[in-house]
Design a protein. Structure first.
Length: 284
């Protein structure tokens, strides 16, 4: 397929279901993507592969091209970085074992967040978050945020994060995720392409961003999300320049979690700059 034809494809290669912290079941994500005109979809739940089989079957039934994916949590420079894996084999033993180890750490983190919020005068937050987690093995900050919104503590999820769940706020707890090299290694070992997710979201200095890119590429990382639901137009231009300078493939993604929570719906994000090579050239 020629470059212009690749760019014309409505690809959305990062979104979430109830298997992690999305609002829709995997088949519901696929149905919404199809209704929105998505032509190539990747489901990338946080540290979880459990929704891929259902999503792949639903996509096949609807005639929607599907790429199995995952979003892996990584610790780097006191930040949580997310690395998306695209085109992975969900049965690969290396990535299955690595993600299981991360999920075990999530349980402990959830308990510590609940205690931190109780210490800040918000008791019962862990139990409340669990009511929002359809997958009991994965209670995330988003589930705590939804509980605090439902309890009337804050008006919306974004405000909860700003006041309680980011570094320096009462409900934030430090946690050690996977190393960058491990995450990229698991993805590559499973036959996938590693992608730095929504790079503008990380509170990294320019020097730390360059170090992140150096280590990512050295480990075998190949792509970066230039277009993301979390990116402004200026941020998209910035990371398009990064992709050109570093020779990285470019990804396009809504990072959709739910209709009332995500700034961009499935398939509705901006197109990639026409000179960049889309990461989906590897799957078409």
């Amino acid at each position: 397929m020629k470059l212009a034809e690749l760019h014309a494809l409505n690809a959305d290669l990062h979104c979430h279901s109830t298997v992690s912290d999305g609002w829709l079941e995997p088949a519901g994500v696929v149905a919404r993507a199809k209704a929105n005109g998505v032509e190539l979809l990747a489901l990338t739940d946080h540290d979880e592969l459990g929704g891929l089989g259902i999503a792949a079957a639903a996509a096949a039934e609807l005639g929607l091209r599907f790429v199995p994916g995952v979003e892996v949590s990584v610790s780097f420079a006191d930040e949580t970085i997310h690395v998306v894996g695209l085109g992975i084999d969900p049965q690969d033993p290396g990535i299955v074992a690595g993600l299981q180890q991360i999920r075990m750490g999530r349980d402990a983190r959830a308990a510590r967040i609940g205690q931190a919020l109780a210490d800040a005068g918000i008791p019962g937050a862990l139990e409340g978050a669990r009511r929002f987690a359809r997958n009991p093995a994965l209670v995330s900050r988003a589930h705590f945020a939804r509980h605090l919104v439902a309890s009337g503590v804050m008006p919306d999820v974004r405000t909860v994060f700003e006041h309680y769940l980011v570094r320096g706020k009462p409900g934030f707890v430090d946690h050690e995720w996977a190393s960058l090299e491990d995450a990229v290694g698991w993805i590559r070992g499973a036959g996938g392409v590693a992608v730095i997710a929504h790079p503008a979201r990380y509170r990294l200095s320019n020097a730390d961003m360059e170090r992140l890119l150096d280590r990512f590429i050295a480990a075998g990382g190949e792509a970066i999300e230039v277009v993301s639901g979390a990116h402004s137009e200026d941020e998209m231009r910035r990371f398009a320049t990064v992709a050109r300078r570093r020779g990285l493939l470019a990804s396009r993604a809504s990072d959709f979690h739910g209709e009332n929570e995500s700034p961009v719906d499935l398939g509705r994000c901006n197109p990639l700059p026409s000179d960049l090579t889309p990461v989906w050239s590897r799957f078409i």
